[in-house]
Ligand binder design. Structure first.
Ligand code: NAD
Length: 351
């Protein structure tokens, strides 16, 4: 069982270290090796996804990633930016299915900016297509036209790309409450009319799952108005990018939310849903729980170790019940801890 560890930039190394400690504590004989991705890779090699990392990532069964990016790399040419490394590894490994659960732990009901009754008990799963859409479509660029600059990108999805993410979403819904909401913008975009048509076709294979459709603007609204109406949502890369961040905020902290990006053989890249948080990097205050929960997803989805995954998730529930909180989820009456102390508490709960 080989895991490639990519700590990345900003708070990445701090939070990844805690997830690695948790994985090691399980005593499962993982082979773990570190490599560079993102800004740190640009600094060391000039390439955000260097060859050595490509080799290691391709050989590994799973990849554990912190986060990439930071203001010091924002002015580099686009192909040298850290985010290119992230898009590159997703595309290289064909990680087309991004699974992002948004769960509100009862202890954190007050951390949400929404009323507790709107979000208490929230448990939704957003399935986002990750390797297509306007983020990868060609042509793209900025050109001169009639004496001014014109920017352009291309939204593109093939039938087969929609179909394979559809299957992932329907199967995820089968394991949950059997309701799937597909999000598109078919009233304006032909590309997403195809999305809707193909989802309807795929639904024929899953008669036990109830399929519904929602336009993305309404979905953004419904997520804050009545989020508990959703079980599983499936959408394209760009809409999913935005909606999954919105859903994560329903839970109060982006520091709590894991994610998995899978290929068609359950090889996966596991990372927290948040970014590299440059504002708190190096201070030892970042919340490592999203990364630790991503490690639990790694155990479940790539290695099929459901029992160990539950052990880690239960340890996280225990530390929350014990009142340990990093700054992002802190409220009066709880115990404020740093990144390492939170990791210590999870390890203690595991033991
Ligand atoms: P961000 O998620 O890094 O930070 C947003 C806010 O949430 C910040 O105030 C930050 O301090 C806080 N935060 C995030 N994670 C936290 C944690 N674990 N514990 C406590 N607080 C946490 O988003 P941003 O500020 O928009 O982006 C910063 C950089 O990260 C940018 O360079 C961006 O491109 C990059 N980014 C990377 C990824 C990724 O690697 N997958 C995702 C999103 C953004």
């Amino acid at each position: 069982m080989k895991i490639c560890v990519l700590p990345g930039d900003g708070i990445g190394p701090e939070i990844t270290a805690e997830a690695v400690r948790v994985l090691k504590a399980l005593d499962l004989k993982f082979e773990m090796e570190e490599a560079l991705l993102g800004g740190c890779a640009v600094d060391a090699t000039g390439n955000p996804y260097p060859e050595a990392t490509q080799k290691l990532a391709r050989e590994a069964d799973a990849i554990m990633l912190g986060a990439v990016g930071g203001p010091q790399w924002d002015s580099l040419p686009r192909e040298k930016r850290p985010e290119r490394g992230l898009l590159g590894i997703r595309k290289d490994l064909n990680l087309f299915a991004n699974l992002r659960p948004a769960i509100l732990y009862p202890e954190l009901a007050n951390a949400s900016t929404l009323k507790a009754e709107v979000v208490a008990g929230l448990d939704i799963l957003i399935v986002r297509e990750l390797t297509g859409d306007i983020y990868f479509g060609q042509p793209r660029g900025v050109r001169e036209e009639n004496g001014e600059r014109v920017g352009f990108n291309t939204m593109v999805y093939s039938e087969s790309e929609i179909r394979r993410i559809g299957h992932v979403a329907f199967q995820a819904a089968q394991k949950r409450n059997k309701r799937l909401c597909s999000v598109d913008k078919m009233n304006v975009l032909e590309c997403t009319q195809l999305w809707r048509d193909v989802m309807i076709e795929v639904s024929k294979d899953y008669p036990d799952v109830e399929l519904s459709h929602m336009l993305v603007d309404n979905a953004a609204m419904q997520l804050v108005k009545a989020p508990k109406q959703f079980d599983v949502m499936v959408t394209g890369n760009m809409f999913g990018d935005i909606l999954s961040d919105e859903a994560s905020m329903l839970t109060g902290s982006i520091g709590m939310l894991p994610s998995a990006s899978l290929d068609d053989r359950n090889k996966g890249l596991y990372e927290p849903s948040h970014g590299s948080a440059p504002d708190i990097a190096g201070k030892g205050v970042a919340n490592p729980l999203a990364t630790i929960l991503s490690a639990a997803m790694l155990l479940r989805y790539t290695f099929g170790l459901e029992e160990q995954a539950l052990r880690v998730e239960n340890a996280v529930k225990t530390v929350l019940a014990q009142g340990f909180r990093t700054g992002d989820i802190y409220e009066r009456g709880t115990t404020k801890v740093g990144t390492r102390e939170m990791g210590d508490a999870v390890l203690a709960a595991l033991a």
